[in-house]
Design a protein. Sequence first.
Lengths: 123, 107
Amino acid sequence: EVQLVESGGGLVQPGGSLRLSCAASGFTFSQYSVNWVRQAPGKGLEWISYISSDSSFRYYADSVKGRFTISRDSGKNSLSLQMSRLRAEDTAVYYCARDLCRSGSCYWAFDLWGQGTMVTVSP
Amino acid sequence: SYELTQPPSVSVSPGQTARITCSGDVFPNQFGFWYQQKAGQAPVLVIYKDNERPSGIPDRFSGSSSGTKVTLTISEVQAEDEADYYCQSSDSRNTVVFGGGTKLTVL
């Protein structure tokens, strides 16, 4: 089955750190760029980070730049997000999402999502 | 960064047509994409490249683009279409932006 499965969420204090993981299966993970997208409780979707298929390019939203680091291990079909200096406003469900590729072209949109993992930043 | 603007809510009766708009200066230079998110679930891509439909998405879902606006149209709306809908695009500064989302209510 083609899927992404996130893990690593939980409760963390402000200023703390947490590492999220995303396990990919059912497709050739090494051929796809992947992203992290989050959704605060009752709010909309917010893209936060991207990593290219070969890890050459990494992009971040301004809201997390300098605090979060995206990485991948294509040998293990896994994606990670190292989060540090966490704030209350980082509380959200975090999704990993695969870039859309069709007919040999890829687009910065997301055709496969995980089920999400909840991160709560609170004292 | 740029913004994508959607109406907060749209309401239609079953069998009617729902249209959800998304406005932004990135259009028409960039493609628009649409996602459906039902309560407690992950988003699902329903339209890509303005008007393409992924496999498995009913043909009641269609997309269009005109000037600085993209539109998601759902024909013959069914109760199961009740969800939040988000538009999305990207820009040359290597960022992705989502619209604020539109809650579709089927009366």
